[in-house]
Ligand binder design. Sequence first.
Ligand SMILES: [Mg+2]
Length: 161
Amino acid sequence: MGVGSAVCGPWGVCQVKTKMDFPSINQKTAEGVAPGGKPYRILIVDDSMFVKKQLGQILTSEGFEVVDSASNGEEAIEKYKQHYPQVDLVTMDITMPGMDGVTALERIVAFDKDARVVMVSALGKQDLVKKSFLLGAKNYIVKPLDRKKVLERIVRVIKGS
Ligand SMILES: [Mg+2]
C-alpha cells in the first residue's frame, strides 16, 4: 500500500483511497513548468528581503525556478546579463535605492528586446507603471502581493498572451 488514505464509513467499514481515486489532483500540472518539463526561470528584483522571499515562495511552490535575485537596478542588469539567455522572466520592483526599476527595465530591454519584465509596485505609482509599459514592461503586480494574481500575471506573460 503506502500511498493512500483510509476512509471509514459507518459500522467501521474502511476503504483505502489510492491516487487512482483522485484523477483531478493527479492531472493538475504546475504552471511554472514548461511543456518539455523544464521549469521557467525567474530573476527576482526587489530591495525588500521580505518581498523577495514571498515572491520566491509563491513561484517555487508553482514549479518555477528562481535563478537569482537582485536588490537594485545596477545589480538587476548585471544579473540579467550574467544569466542571459537562461532567464525567462524578471519581476522588477519599481522603487529601490540606487538605480530604480524603471531605469533598469529600460536598460534590460535595450540589451534584450525580447526580455519579459513584470513590474512590482506599491499602490499609487500609476504614472511609473504607465511609463514602464511604454518602455516595454509586459505586465505589473501591485503590493501587497496576492498569490493568485502574481501567478496569473506571470503565467500570462510567459505564455505570451
Ligand atoms: Mg522597493
